[in-house]
Write a protein that binds this ligand. Structure first.
Ligand SMILES: *[C@@H]1O[C@H](CO)[C@@H](O)[C@H](O)[C@H]1NC(C)=O
Length: 323
């Protein structure tokens, strides 16, 4: 037993110590470890590597298909705990592909991805078809201090597990949506752009399925370029599937939501198995629709992401969106 385990340890150490930083600078190559596009850097990257994105706008569509890749901006580590001083953005404008995943500016088709201090935008400007900034298919993927911008369907939690913290997500309708993604939003600010828009559309279709959104210690706000009259008109969510689950807890709803709070997706929809809950929010005037749930306790992160402490950055656990 001794010999093989030593061998494994040696191999493992080699893999770990050889994790590299690859620079991506759209303005030109500075060294052998630098690339002018994220695509080229990803081709060269190995699992465990970090791409350091230089300030500026990286205009490309990005697909992550290797595990354990990290993206960070030069603002990380940052003294500002909000995405406001981020100086890197990845931008692409796509919509209406056969699968929404193919329209995403950043598609995560791998696991253990992390991004720090990066903005991601789908620049498609008309707002009536899903045009995701992010689509997720993998497990244990995380966004820290990121600015995520789009119109309809900005954040697509298609499937897999996600943790988003101290980030800003903006959109018009079904801003955060997906059938089977289990996503925990810790201290995230959601910005509403449209009067009467919907902030979420969770789409779970059966009781045994994955699919859960929880917003904890977050904040709702009217986006800078919102329609006039958006305040007090927005729905927290609508059930894209009959077993949808979405919870807002310990959050400041900022008088953004309409009194009813939640809206049906189709008029004859059964509400029997929908869990749309709220717990201990402020600036959240009701009365809500009869099928909304006022919860007696906060939802636990272990119910949504059972092994979160194995992959979530400890500095972002339990935090609020900074004031
Ligand atoms: C990044 O996003 C944040 C949040 O929307 C915003 O305040 C900031 O100006 C953005 N920075 C860039 C370079 O786009």
């Amino acid at each position: 037993m001794r010999l093989p385990s030593t061998l494994f340890l040696t191999v493992w150490l080699c893999v770990v110590t050889s994790a590299e930083e690859l620079q991506v600078n759209p303005l030109g190559r500075a060294s052998t470890n630098s690339y002018t596009s994220i695509k080229d850097a990803l081709k060269a990257a190995k699992p465990g590597d970090t791409l350091v994105l230089f300030p500026g706008t990286h205009k490309e569509q990005v697909v992550i298909n290797k595990d354990s890749i990290t993206f960070r901006g030069l603002q990380d580590p940052s003294a500002d705990l909000k995405p406001g001083t981020n100086d890197v953005s990845i931008e692409y404008g796509s919509h209406d592909k056969k699968e929404d995943d193919d329209s995403a500016t950043l598609l995560l088709d791998a696991s253990n991805f992390r991004a720090y201090n990066i903005n991601i935008t789908n620049t498609y400007s008309s707002s009536n078809t899903a045009s995701p900034a992010i689509s997720n298919l993998g497990d244990n993927n995380a966004f820290y201090t990121c600015g995520i911008h789009g119109k309809q369907g900005t954040f697509y939690a298609h499937k897999g597990s996600l943790f988003v913290s101290r980030s800003y997500i903006e959109g018009t309708v079904d801003v955060i949506y997906g059938r089977n993604g289990n996503a925990w939003f810790q201290g995230v600010k959601v910005g509403a752009l449209r009067k009467g828009g919907t902030l979420t559309a969770q789409g779970r279709e059966a009781s045994g399925d994955d699919g859960w959104f929880v917003f904890e210690k977050g904040k709702l706000a009217i986006a800078k370029k919102a329609d006039s009259g958006t305040k007090g008109s927005v729905y927290l969510g609508r059930p894209w599937g009959d077993y949808a689950r979405t919870v807002f807890q310990n959050s400041n709803l900022g008088d953004v939501a309409t009194e009813a709070g939640w809206q049906l997706y189709t008029s004859a929809q059964s509400t029997k198995n929908i869990l749309f809950g709220e717990y201990s929010n402020t600036n959240a005037d009701g009365p809500r629709v009869s099928w909304a749930k006022s919860m007696g306790n906060a939802e636990k992160i272990t119910n949504v992401l059972p092994k979160y402490n194995e992959w979530v950055d400890a500095g972002f656990i339990g935090v609020s969106y900074p004031v």
